[in-house]
Ligand binder design. Structure first.
Ligand code: P5A
Length: 444
């Protein structure tokens, strides 16, 4: 892709309305455009990153045996009246009337709709467990949408739902998602820590928020630092192994604001290990038993002929919020340098040829390199404009491809000036460059 032909509307300066770095960068580099308060259009660069995040989330859901579906954004109020949440949900729910005067709503979440789908088809315990998920837009009429796509009104969420025969089996499902979330965030090069949390309008009595540390985060957290050293590697998709994984994390005090108790914190965590800071909630999982299945009569036949309401949990990842969360974690605001993790980078490599009015040789060289990299599925953006070198570098640093190639007048045919952003420039052959990038991609 040539910059001159791309739709990457870069601004010269930081937009003044943006208070946090992710919002600044996303507007500055044209990843999103606000359409009304808390509602955004996603432009090519932002959309590319979000789609890559979505795909990683999807792959990790599939790995634990969850099946993808797609539910609509618009729901009928009937099912919400059945569960009893229609009134409870309050002003955050966007309520709409259709031409027949039927009460509809733009889904803020899908517990009711998925329970309705489940109860229509699944009648026997033999079909359990069922893990269903979709990746779909949600709408919450937040009172104060802010920080761009971090707390907005329309946002993209992966939401999964589990249906089980008993509490024991349901906790097995819960723990599968627990593991899946740790793996998902790791592939995004984020350290997300599970923290005991409140359940709010979703309900239930077991819940973990997955939080990444960030000064600009909205969640206050209190944790034992040692939790950051834990690893999920080696955990098997088996009851005992998953149970042990959750236990390992739960051994360390780690809670959000609503669950915080000063005495408990000070008793359980040595002063040197205490960490009070802020973070961004990128995922949230819940176990709520028969909170929805009972009022909505979603039951299955048991072996002896009895019936039981299924035990349910729900599991959310803020896919659109993750774009901002990664920027908060990776953007060097002072030097205006972004380096996307290779797993979600909008481009793998940015090529900067130094182009003179009467000499196209650097651009020709860039085209040749692009041709070679493309063969190995390496995605390249070339700055083919005739701007000066320093403004080209600045622009490329904002776009955030993790690797850069610089082509000067003197670049000879074999050795290319290549650098991983933030590291020293090296002179390498094209096959060496391909190898380095491929190795990084394979790690994910
Ligand atoms: C779990 C899945 C739920 O809605 N029902 C289905 C449960 N949980 S949640 O915590 O309310 O949301 C899940 C994740 O969605 C992101 N999120 C948001 N992102 C941007 N703007 C918002 N206004 C917003 N609200 C929630 C968060 O990442 C959250 O963890």
């Amino acid at each position: 892709m040539y910059i001159s032909q791309s739709f990457i509307p870069i601004l010269k300066n930081n937009p003044s309305e943006a208070k946090i770095k992710s919002h600044q960068l996303m507007l500055r580099v044209g990843m999103i455009k606000q359409s009304s308060a808390g509602i955004y259009s996603w432009l090519p660069l932002g959309f590319k990153v979000m789609k890559k995040i979505e795909q990683i989330v999807r792959e990790e859901q599939n790995k634990i045996g969850a099946q993808e579906i797609l539910m609509p954004t618009i729901q009928s109020s009937e099912i919400w009246k059945e569960s009893g949440r229609y009134e409870d949900y309050g002003e955050e729910m966007l309520r709409i009337k259709d031409r027949q005067d039927r009460e509809m709503l733009y889904g803020p979440t899908n517990e009711e709709l998925v329970t309705d789908i489940f109860r229509a088809s699944i009648k026997s315990y033999k079909s359990l467990p069922q893990l269903l998920y979709h990746i779909q837009w949600k709408f919450r009429d937040e009172i104060r949408p802010r920080f761009g796509i971090m707390r907005c009104r329309e946002f993209y969420m992966k939401d999964a739902y589990s249906f089980d025969i008993s509490d024991e089996e349901a906790l097995f499902s819960y723990n599968k998602f627990f593991l899946s979330y740790l793996k998902t965030f790791k592939r995004l090069d984020l350290t997300a820590i599970p923290m005991a949390a409140d359940t709010g309008p979703i309900g239930g009595n077991l819940s973990h928020e997955f939080i990444i540390l960030a000064e600009t985060g909205e969640s206050k957290i209190y944790t034992d630092k040692r939790i950051f050293d834990l690893k999920s590697e080696g955990t098997k998709l088996e009851k005992k192994s998953l149970e042990n994984l959750r236990k390992k994390y739960e051994e360390f005090y780690s809670v959000t604001d609503e669950k915080f108790n000063k005495d408990e914190f000070e008793k359980k965590v040595l002063e040197t290990n205490r960490l009070k800071t802020k973070g961004i909630e990128v995922g949230h999982i819940f176990y709520f038993g028969d909170k929805y299945s009972k009022p909505m009569e979603a039951s299955v036949d048991l072996p002896g002929g009895k019936k039981n309401f299924v035990k349910m949990g729900s599991y959310g990842v803020g896919v659109s919020r993750l774009v901002g969360a990664i920027i908060e974690a990776k953007y060097d605001e002072k030097n205006e340098v972004m380096k996307w993790p290779i797993s979600v980078a909008p481009y793998d490599v940015g090529i900067i040829p130094m182009i003179n009015k009467n000499d196209n040789s650097a651009l020709e060289k860039a085209n040749k390199i692009n041709f070679e990299l493309k063969k190995d599925n390496i995605d390249v953006i070339i700055d083919d404009t005739d701007e000066n070198f320093s403004s080209k570098i600045k622009k490329m640093n904002l776009i955030g491809a993790p690797y850069q190639i610089i082509i000067g007048k003197k670049t000879d045919s074999d050795l290319i000036e290549f650098k991983e952003v933030g590291k020293e420039t090296q002179k390498l052959k094209i096959i060496e460059i391909i190898k380095i990038i491929q190795e990084q991609k394979e790690k994910n």
